[in-house]
Ligand binder design. Structure first.
Ligand SMILES: Nc1ncnc2c1ncn2[C@@H]1O[C@H](COP(=O)(O)OP(=O)(O)OP(=O)(O)O)[C@@H](O)[C@H]1O
Ligand SMILES: [Mg+2]
Length: 269
């Protein structure tokens, strides 16, 4: 795991997004703007742990994802924002990218229809099955498209672990829960035979196994960087992370991924 940077805000919060977590846009000490998720005023920051885990694991899978950092937002810089939050806990920031298009059912036609982009999407879909991300669906892709380098950029990991569920074991996503059910998938497979798409997916098995091995190495470093202010019982997170690399889980995920892919392809005929 790369060292996680700690940044501080240098001016008033620039704006608040009206999406689920009401993230805020913060200009930081490196002069870059970050979209920040912050700790609610009560409870523990389990959702922030999901953001930390999801973005770290996505990087380990070589899935394009914005640069991240802990962001210490000065109390004075919150003046214009009225959402209750914990002032002392660091927020989790994603560097704001330029030259991107937010993927929606109407913008997804702008994505180049290439094998490379379909492969990127299949990797992201498999990642979501593995990490039980319930927040990347047909209505909410949580994907950006970098129009300069033609790459899909994955964002928003607040919905991993079956929407931040720590008290029950991981459970499999269903066919309609994932990005495979979205307009973007239909757009990228429309000129391909089902056999070709399934063959591309099967090529991911070696990559998948290597990703799991690499992610196992990330468990301890992740536990080590969780800020104490987030008020998280380490053992609960550790047990969740261990489920992710448990072979029974990873084998079942692989089979479920292929099955959901086939079901989705057949449904499109
Ligand atoms: N790194 C980034 N660069 C540019 N824009 C971004 C970036 N990250 C997020 N955004 C924009 O901010 C919006 C909100 O981000 P995000 O999806 O992480 O928030 P959220 O509140 O958790 O969303 P949800 O409603 O899906 O839970 C995105 O839809 C996207 O338009
Ligand atoms: Mg989102």
């Amino acid at each position: 795991m790369e060292t996680v940077r700690h940044l501080v805000s240098i001016k008033q919060i620039q704006k608040q997004y009206i999406t689920g977590d009401l993230p805020v846009l913060v200009v930081c000490s490196d002069k870059e703007a970050y979209i920040c998720k912050y700790m609610p005023s009560t409870n523990s920051a389990f959702k922030l742990v999901c953001e930390l885990v999801g973005s770290t694991m996505a990087r380990t899978w070589s899935i394009e994802s914005p640069a991240t950092a802990f962001v210490h937002i000065e109390a004075a810089h919150w003046a214009r924002i009225h959402t209750p939050h914990n002032f002392t806990a660091p927020a989790w920031g994603y560097k704001k990218l330029d030259n991107i298009v937010d993927i929606t059912p109407t913008t997804c036609n702008q994505v180049k229809n290439t094998n490379s982009l379909l492969m990127q999407l299949l990797k992201i879909a498999l990642f979501d099955f593995w990490i039980a991300n319930e927040d990347r669906t047909c209505n909410n892709a949580n994907l950006l498209y970098d129009i300069v380098v033609n790459k899909l950029v994955s964002i928003d990991y607040g919905g991993i672990f079956n929407t931040s569920t720590f008290e029950y074991p991981l459970s499999q996503l269903t066919m309609t829960d994932t990005i495979l059910y979205a307009e973007l998938f239909r757009h990228l497979v429309k000129e391909k035979s089902n056999e070709d798409v399934i063959s591309m997916a099967n090529q991911l098995k070696g990559y998948y196994d290597a990703c799991i091995t690499n992610c196992e190495q990330e468990i301890q470093p992740i536990l080590d960087v969780i800020p104490v202010e987030w008020n998280i019982p380490r053992l609960v997170v550790e047990s969740k992370l261990k489920q992710l690399v448990n072979q029974e889980w990873t084998d079942a995920v692989w089979l479920n991924f292929l099955e959901c892919l086939k079901d989705n392809l057949e449904e499109q005929i």
